[in-house]
Write a protein of this length. Structure first.
Lengths: 349, 349
DNA sequence: GGCCGTGCTGAGAGCGCTCTCACCCCGGCG
DNA sequence: CGCCGGGGTGAGAGCGCTCTCAGCACGGCC
């Protein structure tokens, strides 16, 4: 009875008819009900309920030019993308915050370099209100694409391409890698450690170079041989540790660029019969639960609120979106945000 | 010059005007150009090019009732969802196939039990053409929801709830777990192994119970003490192996429910001084690269084409979608598909 | 040579919604 | 008591596209 033709979804029109009001009034009620008298609101609400009315998204988008969807762009540089627990947490934060903003998450998986054309077309097609992108490489086309198609975009991780701080700047959210690194090193210093080594992450990722910079900020005249190169993998951490031990056997502390490398370093340290933290104190970065808490001894490390960063990316984007929305405001670029880190003391240092 | 007002995207109308044809003709060309004379097609194409015309998705959806989007529903039972390499590969397959079908992937992350209401509303709102869901638990609400809101849905993994083979059946894609298990056990048999143990995965996942069933298919009168319970984690594999060794020290082969458990079992085997495969042959399942190739010795295991399964899920869904599309065909449920597995011989057996 | 396909093209009617106005009704004021 | 102003409501014009159907030109047939 409430639904005359079972196949067809009820429209605004149907609700209006049932409630005995105009389409406009129903629309107002559905969108918050501001400026509609109480009894009418009630009546419309009831009609919506009875008919099981659900607004047609496409129709709404057609006129409002908003589609309540945000693209999350994943450029796959290597094998692990998803499997990165880091990424999972970030996406979770994004998903949650998006839900809170009544928006959907559209996943755009870039399938290699040739695929950017497709991405550009999609982004340019106005299918999404904005986009979120991750730690793009320095030569990535993404920044120029989003600029060209004018899609508000927030990046995860500080971009490192030349000019990223100037005219090619993009809004981003990143942890305070440099500050966190400084804190870690200062902590080691405070523990009385004198020869603090660093295992650095890949040179083309700002998260790695920023941490290295933080290390140098504190240890202004650090012995260059106390810095070894890794690539954020466990394996590379082990290799770097071995190298370090060979070059500077007397080192008494290691600040690793991330937990994975710290874990590799720890393995080598124990193999060589060095006690942690007695002989060598060890600090990681990330506070990746599956690693930092699982090692023996558990890792003292620098925590960053990854899920929070995801949420923040969305919030930044939403702010930019609501600020103007319409075209003609080419530079409503949301500002970037650096989120604080926190030293988590466990047993390794 | 081609673009009079820089802010505004060109519409069909604009293209029509520029090409000197009607909107209808432009529409025809944009959608394939069937039934339009050659020269006109060219002219329209050129106009599209010059204006940089991109069809408005919302407008199209409004009339066609198709939105070129498919929801991927992730119900998060435990911590790792994304981080599961299994899942990553599946999503990659889905993403690729969806792209081939010109569709988008909308990620729906279920945030706990109370969140199903939101999911139902979204699915019911006709925002997506169909949905893809994964290895739902037996008491999951998802199947009943998609049934209620009538959204064509394909499941990944054979559902195990009561009635799943009858009136509550849903279309799914799964690997031939049972057949693969049979092959693995037969292989062990052919190697002359007589006391073959099994480390089973969680009882509430059909992938695990199917593998156990396959094991039993071959070893009809298997000693019940040769089966130990695990939960698909490395740790549980180690525990189960220890148990097995205690109960039946004379076992000469182990078929583990997945590679992770096999890896755990391998660890324990070596700790006890047992040689693999000389003393105990070991076979895993999944052929998860990061595990099966990394162990020492590398694992003989049963491979399943995970990415292919993802693609298949999409293909099944698309078939159901194109088959009818409109309402009124309540039971256009696509059939299920079981994909073959393959035994990969490495050094562990 | 007239008639009927056949093949293209264009006109126009929506799809379901939002949003601007015009309108109406009422209270307050002159 | 008439007039003005303001809050509440409805009418109607689109948003950009698809799709049906009418119309037109052309060729083959009787």
């Amino acid at each position: 009875m409430p639904d005359p033709s079972p196949g067809a979804r009820p429209t605004l029109e149907a609700v209006a008819a049932r409630a005995g009001v105009s389409r406009a009034t129903v629309s107002r009620v559905v969108n918050g009900g501001a400026g509609v008298r109480r009894p009418l609101v009630e009546r419309v609400r009831r009609a919506v309920e009875e008919l099981g009315y659900i607004p047609n998204h496409a129709a709404r988008t057609l006129v409002t030019r908003r589609n309540g969807a945000v693209a999350v762009i994943i450029a796959e540089p290597e094998f692990r993308v998803f499997s990165d627990p880091f990424f999972e947490q970030q996406v979770r934060g994004i998903s949650r915050e998006l839900t809170a903003h009544d928006s959907q998450l559209v996943l755009l998986w870039v399938e290699g370099a040739g695929d950017y054309e497709r991405i550009a077309r999609y982004l340019g097609g106005g299918h999404v209100d904005g986009a979120l992108a991750f730690s793009v490489h320095d030569d990535d086309e993404l920044p120029s694409i989003v600029r060209r198609v004018q899609v508000p975009t927030v990046f995860g991780g500080r971009p490192g391409w030349p000019g990223a701080t100037g005219e090619l700047a993009v809004p981003y959210v990143d942890a305070d890698n440099r500050g966190g690194a400084r804190e870690a090193v200062r902590y080691l210093l405070a523990q009385g450690r004198g020869r603090i080594a660093h295992i650095a992450g890949p040179r083309d990722q700002t998260s790695a170079t920023d941490r290295l910079a933080g290390y140098r900020d504190v240890l202004l005249d650090a012995d260059p041989d106390l810095v070894a190169q890794g690539d954020f993998t466990e394996e590379s951490g082990a290799r770097a540790m071995a190298e370090l031990l060979e070059r500077r056997p007397g080192l008494d502390a290691v600040f690793a660029g991330n937990d994975l490398m710290a874990s590799g370093a720890l393995r080598v340290l124990r193999e060589r019969g060095l006690r942690v933290p007695e002989d060598v104190a060890l600090v990681g970065f990330d506070d990746m639960a599956s690693v930092a808490e699982a090692t023996d001894p558990p890792l003292t490390t620098v925590r960053q609120d990854i899920e929070g960063m995801g949420r923040l990316m969305v919030r930044l984007l939403m702010r930019a979106l609501h600020q103007d929305g319409g075209p003609g405001a080419p530079d409503a670029a949301p500002g970037s945000v650096i989120t604080p880190t926190e030293l988590v003391r466990r047993a390794s240092a």
